[in-house]
Design a protein around this ligand. Structure first.
Ligand SMILES: CC(=O)N[C@H]1[C@@H](OP(=O)(O)OP(=O)(O)OC[C@H]2O[C@@H](n3ccc(=O)[nH]c3=O)[C@H](O)[C@@H]2O)O[C@H](CO)[C@@H](O)[C@@H]1O[C@H](C)C(=O)N[C@@H](C)C(=O)N[C@H](CCC(=O)O)C(=O)O
Ligand SMILES: Nc1ncnc2c1ncn2[C@@H]1O[C@H](COP(=O)(O)OP(=O)(O)OP(=O)(O)O)[C@@H](O)[C@H]1O
Ligand SMILES: N[C@H](CCC[C@H](N)C(=O)O)C(=O)O
Ligand SMILES: [Mg+2]
Length: 495
């Protein structure tokens, strides 16, 4: 593509050199640059991409986009904000792929992965080909790719949309993280439907305050643009959780048509008569398209919220209640979310991705609804992440479980014992004389401890890492899968 044409909309950019040249690709990582590429210098959180411009040139870059003039021989396009430029350039380079797909974005503290998977299942069952982007994987056609981030950067995102179009997808369903919204990874994406799950504490290391966190998520709704814009091929919809206070704010800042879902408050799509058991959750779904009984295999009130959000999306897309019911009822659950590890033992082992105070509380409350014995809660908290959630998670574990086993999650660059100590502050704040808890640094030993001590009818919840098959330590990433470790421990007990 001609570079002059590609950067034409960046009207305030200062250009050094002749940019009336062809580029063969765009890269943000100097190590991946190939002959003929345009290299974008991003000032990162760890290092500054500008320091790698030389390496990019050595690898064959023919031009760079940067925020300051650099001592290199190839043409430079100097912009105010190279992340902003990246979003714009990527959208143009891949020929506005999000305008040719129906993009459904899901944001919120908890439930994004689950809700996107439910929407994908309903659309696929209904003859659509939906691409999927999120925490567990990226799916394009029938191919599945590993992901580094829940929401990729603008370049990878637009490229993925383009690939989805190539394989004939008509929908892209994606998780939109608050980080992505905040640093502009999804800027320029045209959303057809934006979904909000909920807003509770997380990521205050990054956003600093709940208000800023709420505002970051709000960008998904405010950036939807004007519903009545003549360029917009279809109407735009904001699907909001009526039971979450933040929805009022999102309603105010969006021009999209608002469809609400909920349980406690009046809503366009609502669940009543919820019954939770150890095998599933049933409820009556009342909607603007009629009423139907749903029997989910997934467990818990939070699962009902996710099902309602997915239902609202499907109803907007004109899918009948009967078909939605059939799809939702067929879903066994999502990888690593309330996933049972069952080798025939007389107690229950559940692996779940709860890594926030709210999700831990929801999961434990759900288990309380059906448990006949005691609850063991094995959990930790991620390093280099919101520290203030740690004591809160400790308090919640003490409040809703009978035995807390505090351990390591992904310590990253932090000292794992210090993370545990932060959790113990919360535990000790609420613990009573007969409260039971233990701290075991090694996650494998912690899981073994809970499983070895569980009695008939008890539930062992292993929270925080869900589908993850690794553990991020200071200097290395090791293979670690809670489900495998739990199975081994159960086998050890049974034999
Ligand atoms: C804080 C944050 O968002 N960081 C993201 C950011 O990395 P960064 O800015 O730190 O990158 P960097 O390492 O400083 O490098 C800066 C630039 O130099 C370039 N570079 C670097 C080295 C080199 O040799 N050559 C070179 O060109 C890099 O390619 C980059 O362009 O850009 C990277 C590429 O897009 C992301 O992978 C990375 O996410 C990191 C891994 C991360 O942990 N992010 C978390 C906080 C995150 O974003 N999480 C949300 C989900 C949260 C949730 O809802 O639960 C997500 O969407 O994933
Ligand atoms: N609607 C919900 N409300 C509250 N908690 C939920 C909800 N749905 C799921 N959870 C809990 O949160 C955990 C994470 O769910 P899920 O992976 O769907 O969320 P997510 O928003 O994608 O998380 P992440 O921010 O890590 O991408 C689940 O394992 C469960 O414990
Ligand atoms: N998307 C979340 C995942 C947290 C999962 C937990 N296991 C951890 O590592 O903290 C984050 O990056 O904060
Ligand atoms: Mg997710």
């Amino acid at each position: 593509m001609n570079l002059l044409q590609l950067v034409e909309p960046l009207i305030t950019a200062k250009v050094i050199g002749d940019i009336d040249i062809e580029i063969d690709g765009i890269k943000v990582d100097s190590r991946q640059v190939e002959k003929g590429d345009l290299f974008l210098c991003l000032s990162g959180f760890q290092v500054d991409g500008h320091d790698y411009a030389k390496q990019a040139v050595e690898n064959g870059a023919v031009a760079i986009v940067c925020e300051k003039e650099l001592p290199i021989e190839i043409p430079q396009i100097i912009v105010k904000d190279s992340r902003f430029a990246m979003a714009l350039i990527a959208d143009i380079y891949y020929d506005h792929p999000s305008h040719r797909l129906k993009v459904i974005g899901v944001t919120g503290t908890n439930g994004k992965t689950t809700t996107t998977h439910l929407i994908e299942k309903i659309l696929d069952d209904h003859g659509h080909l939906a691409g999927l982007i999120g925490t567990i994987k990226m799916k394009i056609g029938n191919e599945v790719f590993d992901v580094k981030n829940t929401t990729p950067d603008a370049l990878e995102l637009q490229k993925s949309f383009a690939k989805m179009l190539d394989v004939g997808s008509d929908y892209a369903i994606m998780e939109v993280s608050s980080h992505a919204l905040d640093i502009g990874r999804v800027r320029g994406v045209q959303y057809h439907i934006a979904v909000f799950t909920n807003l509770t504490q997380d990521h205050l290391d990054f956003h600093e305050t709940m208000e800023k966190y709420r505002e970051a998520k709000g960008l998904l709704f405010s950036q939807m643009g004007n519903t009545y814009d003549s360029n917009v091929k279809k109407n735009k919809y904001a699907v909001l959780n009526a039971d979450d206070r933040a929805s009022e704010y999102y309603k105010r800042i969006t021009a999209a048509q608002v469809i609400t879902y909920g349980i406690d408050k009046e809503a366009d799509v609502r669940a009543t008569k919820i019954v939770i058991s150890s095998h599933g959750t049933s409820f009556i779904l009342e909607s603007f398209r009629g009423t139907i009984e749903i029997n989910l295999k997934m467990i818990g009130k939070f699962s009902v919220y996710n099902a309602l959000a997915a239902t609202a999306v499907a109803l907007i897309e004109g899918i009948s209640l009967e078909k939605i019911k059939r799809s939702l009822e067929a879903i066994p659950g999502v990888d690593g979310r309330f996933e049972s590890v069952n080798l025939g033992q007389d107690f229950t082992v559940l692996v779940d991705y709860a890594h926030t105070p709210d999700s831990l509380e929801n999961v434990l409350k759900t288990i309380k609804e059906f448990v006949k014995g005691k609850i063991y809660c094995v959990f930790g908290a991620g390093g280099d992440r919101d520290r203030t959630k740690r004591p809160l998670m400790g308090e919640i574990a003490m409040k809703y479980s009978d035995f807390a086993v505090v351990t390591s999650d992904n310590p990253r660059t932090e000292d794992p014992q210090k993370i545990i100590n932060d959790i113990l502050v919360g535990i000790e704040r609420v613990s009573k004389e007969n409260s039971k808890y233990i701290a075991i640094l090694d996650r494998k030993q912690a899981i073994e401890y809970a499983i070895n001590n569980a009695q008939a009818n008890d539930v062992v919840l292993i929270a925080g890492k869900g589908h993850e098959t690794y553990q991020i330590l200071k200097d290395e990433v090791i293979h670690f899968d809670d489900r495998e470790v739990a199975k081994e421990a159960i086998r050890g007990r049974i034999s």
